[in-house]
Design a protein around this ligand. Sequence first.
Ligand code: CA
Ligand code: CA
Ligand code: CA
Length: 307
Amino acid sequence: MESWKRLYLLLLLLGMGLSIVRGDVYAVIISGGRNKLFNHERYWNDCAFLYRTLRHDYHIPQQRITLLMADGDHPADDMLKAEATRFASSPTDLDGDGQPDLYLSCTRQHLDEAFNRLAQQLTADDHLFVFITDHGEIDVQGRTHLWLWGNDQLSPQELAACIGQCRPASTSILMGQCHASAFVAPLHGQGRIVMSACAADEMSWACKDRPYDEFVYHWTCAIARHDEQGRPVASDANGDGRISMQEAFDYARQHDQRPEHPSLWAWEASAPARWWLGVTTTNGIDDTPAPETTPPAVYDLQGRRKR
Ligand SMILES: [Ca+2]
Ligand SMILES: [Ca+2]
Ligand SMILES: [Ca+2]
């Protein structure tokens, strides 16, 4: 090959490499809470544990994590403490470093603004991770919605429109609210993985022994590879040092002791075993074959295993 062709090929490969490493992981953490009577302390715990995991275990910068929680940094009481005898204001320091992390209340306006901003920021190399906890409800007409702060409501179609503005390479969504699987059909699509804690006609449950929500707590333990106290958990089923979406889902489902049926929808059967939230590979997607690939499992909207 002529030398100029070699040089051109080298530059092309370098260019491809640079485009690959541009990808970043962005996260949105949503916990509406409805109002202080319904906003249980465990929702804050769910979010804080996940936030610490994304910051400390995955080294995702603070500016790439959008927090939308209850009344944000407003000093008024907005939370019912775990012992259910008093109200409190949500702490703004989620990772315990003494600096506030939380500013935005989880109103419809702030949620719209956050996704509008992400639609501008996210590139076709990035991965978007969306986490939802707190209350989902079905109204008398059988329509499902998510409660946001200040009694704002969000339908599955409205959430899908928010997320659909963004054009990342890939999107993973984890939902812990009641009736979560009712959101799967509106949210599914190319380049997406959608996980939910319970079937469309089920409630989602809190842990029996700690102030967290059962499925999302175990899911967060899985990706962190330790519990909220730092005690290690065995979630890396294939031992490759990364926790894939499949491994996290399987670990959480196996440890879920409550009467709920988690589900996983994936646009492509092998994606859950390849995707993770690591920032050292492209878009959270590792296309290098793992030493032992966990068999992909897909569940229908009622939590029944399809394959
Ligand atoms: Ca407050
Ligand atoms: Ca902090
Ligand atoms: Ca693994």
